[in-house]
Design a protein around this ligand. Structure first.
Ligand SMILES: Nc1nc2c(c(=O)[nH]1)N[C@@H](CNc1ccc(C(=O)N[C@@H](CCC(=O)N[C@@H](CCC(=O)N[C@@H](CCC(=O)O)C(=O)O)C(=O)O)C(=O)O)cc1)CN2
Ligand SMILES: [Zn+2]
Length: 771
């Protein structure tokens, strides 16, 4: 039985790639040294897969920043604003990083390409930009080089490319008058060119990722699929072209997918096991089917018996030769290696025994293949027994269940999710209590995470400094932050989140039913990573999580300090979630834990509480018809976490990285008194929908983009505020950045926020009359 891996994590077991990239950007290492680190990561990944006995091992799944950006360079889709860099002959590497991160050097000021979420994951890709007269040509030979690199190490690999249709659909039109899918006939020659080179140098298996096959497609897009793969088959008819779909079912695209003239089709049987029957019914003879059966999006051990049943069903119809065993998608979304976790205090052995990371998943794929093969099955029965024991142990473990939590969820009533009075009444009470000016200024929560602050946390975790010393040091950070916010005249202050490693992990560490890791890093974007908590059981709060720091900050000032929490949907979405109960139930449990924290903050005298939900939009199901069900429970979970407060307490929420147009009704239904949102990159375009919808509550449209070190002028921010005033009423508007400032430096932050406060002051003057 054949086995394959669709993609392997590339950050390195000890995040070597992050360290190397950041050192290269800081000018501390050369390009050659950077490439050496890359080569070592690739070599070690290939070796893991080769040693496990995987047949189709991927190449070109490695990337220094992002695989979609790699494709843009491959096909020469380089936006015109980078032309000066080409003219100045900067290296391809520097051009590549400039496209990802912007380029402010040697008199250039070129902004980065946009970044957005990769489907419903917490991975962000660089959005390709297309113009109407877009031309493509083979610009970077990375895919060819990586294939050769592996071959030189004695490993025959399967080059991976983002398929031509998905590549276009991932991008964005930068002018009107065309749809990007119309570019297919111009794009395709580059793909064909690559194929003929790969053919000449001996590649036989080539993977094209087409995740859009699991999304709603128009007729035109379906036609593009037929057109592209017909041409591809013509150029290289002998090749084993593998088209992959993942993150959902093919459904109405099933016909399109199975008719493509390619040798192998990959389907996701983790998200959509029910599609196996319909695929088996109509798969044309001679085609192989790759069964995505090991979860590439979660970290639970595979349930071998359940998988073997599906595999057997497929064998009965197709025979062993036409079946490929695989993970559901690339392993990019799971951490490297569970074997690195050997600290009982972080991840207890009991729970570790329920898990599989990338390296373990590779082995699972191979073991499943061996167990489904009549020739080898008998020798692998001990592995099957071991798996059965682990699965049984998890499902019967007392660690998972907390009856009082289940009881509380089932006892909660719709009324618990409603504030005492509607916004129109709350608003008056809040105005009287808070006494804020028109256009109040605030920030989104975090202040720069300096190397010193990170080291402080690190030293404390390693028990190199005492708790007292750690707390005193954090207190002095808070004092400084409060004094500085007062000095520049911000209206609503924050404590700065210095105690938090991450907005989700920090809460995960303090909840029952959640485990965490030491090295479980997953790439979020570029060199940035997260260590998603592992929600394994019923969730509840152990003790107050944020009250100490928030109250301390409040005790230092007469201004209002805003409490800062992460919302239930975001905690769910950015964690590895248990698969033994509906996500809705898990979210309700988290919501009740956050509700307790909200209640405690209010009790401690905190008058404004922000509950961040940046992942609400990302949690949307990929198919539109499933949206409503999700939005109903997601919005309800947020409300359940918030609605415990009295009318006078102002609830804020914050969202970023999202298009809100299609979910404006749900945003309104969250009924937060104030929402702060990312808008500056779209020049307030986003507010139009709030305006059309006549959104009644208050809004803080971000007036500057925190993702770039660039500091906007006071004028720019004031102009954006004028746009906002034209769309909304002045009394609704707050003034704030797009998102938290943790990735910025203090020097940028200070100037930017001073200018922001000044912009608010000048717009206040102009609106005095109206007020
Ligand atoms: N979970 C999550 N998802 C999110 C976001 C987010 O904030 N959180 N924001 C959006 C964008 N995504 C982002 C993801 C990560 C980071 C980020 O800054 N990540 C940091 C790590 C943050 C962290 O957990 N830091 C820890 C651990 C730091 C660390 O590396 N420690 C070293 C030692 C450091 C030392 O010696 O000083 C080690 O453990 O080896 C801490 O500060 O405490 C990074 O990759 O550099 C930013 C945005 C969307 N998704
Ligand atoms: Zn944000």
């Amino acid at each position: 039985m054949i086995t394959q891996i669709l993609g392997y994590p590339r950050i390195g077991a000890q995040r070597e790639l992050k360290k190397a990239c950041e050192a290269y950007w800081a000018g501390k290492i050369t390009e050659k040294e950077l490439f050496e680190v890359g080569s070592e990561v690739k070599r070690s990944n290939w070796k893991v897969q080769q040693e496990a006995g995987i047949d189709w091992i991927p190449s070109n799944d490695f990337s220094f920043y992002d695989q979609v950006l790699d494709m843009s360079l491959t096909v020469g889709a380089i936006p015109k604003r980078y032309q000066p860099l080409l003219d100045n002959r900067v290296s391809k590497t520097d051009l590549y990083f400039a496209m990802a991160r912007g380029f402010q050097q040697n008199g250039h000021d070129i902004i980065a390409m946009e970044m957005t979420k990769w489907f419903d994951t917490n991975y962000h890709y660089i959005v390709p930009e297309f113009s109407k007269d877009q031309e493509f040509h083979l610009f970077s030979s990375k895919v060819i080089d990586e294939y050769t690199e592996a071959l030189e190490k004695g490993i025959q690999t399967k080059p991976v490319l983002i398929g031509p249709v998905s590549y276009l659909l991932l991008g964005k039109e930068k002018e009107t008058g065309f749809h990007r899918i119309e570019l297919i006939s111009r794009l395709l020659p580059v793909y064909l060119n690559i194929l003929s080179v790969l053919k000449n140098i001996g590649a036989t298996d080539i993977q094209f990722d087409e995740p859009f096959l699991a999304l709603d497609l128009t007729e035109k897009e379906k036609e593009a699929f037929h057109y592209a793969y017909k041409k591809i088959a013509e150029v290289f008819p002998e090749a084993n072209i593998i088209v992959t779909s993942y993150f959902g079912a093919l459904e109405d695209n099933l016909e399109t997918a199975i008719q493509l003239p390619v040798k192998t089709l990959h389907i996701d049987l983790v998200r959509a096991p029910e599609q196996l029957d319909s695929v088996l019914d109509i798969l044309p003879s001679g085609k192989k089917l790759s069964l995505g059966i090991v979860d590439g999006r979660n970290i639970w051990k595979n349930h071998f018996d359940a998988s073997l049943q599906l595999i057997e069903k497929a064998i009965n119809v197709l025979g062993e030769d036409r079946i490929v065993i695989a993970p559901s998608c690339s392993l990019l979304h799971v951490p490297f290696d569970l074997d690195s976790e050997n600290d009982e205090d972080t991840l207890p052995v009991t729970i570790k025994n329920w898990l599989a990371f990338a390296r373990q998943k590779v082995k699972e794929v191979k073991t499943l293949a061996l167990l489904s093969d009549s020739a080898t099955k008998a020798s692998y029965l001990p592995e099957l027994e071991e798996n059965r024991a682990a699965i049984a142990h998890r499902s019967s473990s007392s660690l998972i269940h907390r009856p009082e939590v289940k009881q509380r969820v089932s006892d909660s009533t719709p009324n618990d999710a409603e504030r005492e009075h509607p916004y129109s009444i709350r608003r008056l009470k809040q105005e009287a209590l808070l006494n804020l000016p028109l256009f109040p200024t605030t920030t989104i929560g975090s202040f720069p995470q300096t190397p010193e602050v990170r080291k402080l946390r690190f030293d404390y975790k390693k028990q190199r400094i005492s708790e007292t010393r750690y707390h005193t040091a954090l207190e002095s950070e808070i004092i400084e932050a409060i004094r500085w916010q007062e000095a520049i005249g911000l209206d609503v202050l924050v404590h700065g989140e210095f105690e938090r490693n991450d907005m989700v992990e920090y809460f995960g560490e303090q909840l029952h039913g959640v485990a965490f890791t030491r090295f479980g890093w997953v790439q979020s974007y570029g060199s940035r990573g997260v260590k998603p908590p592992i929600i394994f059981g019923d969730v509840s709060r152990k003790a107050a999580m944020t009250v100490k720091w928030t109250s301390y900050a409040q005790s230092l000032t007469d201004k209002i300090v805003k409490g800062m929490l992460t919302g239930p949907v975001t905690i769910l979405q950015w964690s590895f979630v248990r698969d033994d109960q509906p996500r809705k139930t898990t979210t309700e449990q988290i919501a009740l834990a956050i509700r307790d924290e909200v209640a405690d903050l209010e009790k401690a005298g905190i008058k404004i509480i922000q509950i961040d939900e940046p992942a609400l939009r990302e949690g949307l199901p990929l198919r539109k018809r499933d949206w409503k069900v999700y939005l109903d429970w997601a919005v309800n979970a947020f409300k359940l976490s918030a609605a415990v407060v009295q009318d006078e307490t102002q609830i804020h929420t914050h969202m970023c990285y999202s298009e809100f147009n299609e979910i404006i009704e749900s945003i309104a239904a969250m009924d937060a008194d104030v929402i702060t949102i990312e808008t500056s990159r779209s020049q307030m375009e986003l507010l139009e929908v709030f305006s059309e919808f006549k959104y009644p509550n208050e809004i803080g449209p971000g007036v500057y983009d925190i993702h770039s070190p660039r500091v906007p002028s006071e004028n720019e921010m004031e102009t954006l505020l004028h746009k906002a005033v034209n769309l909304l009423s002045a009394r609704q508007i707050w003034v704030n950045p797009d998102c938290g400032l943790k990735t910025r430096k203090w020097e940028e932050t200070k100037i930017a926020l001073e200018r922001m406060v000044n912009a608010a002051k000048s717009i206040r003057k102009k609106h005095k009359v109206e007020a």
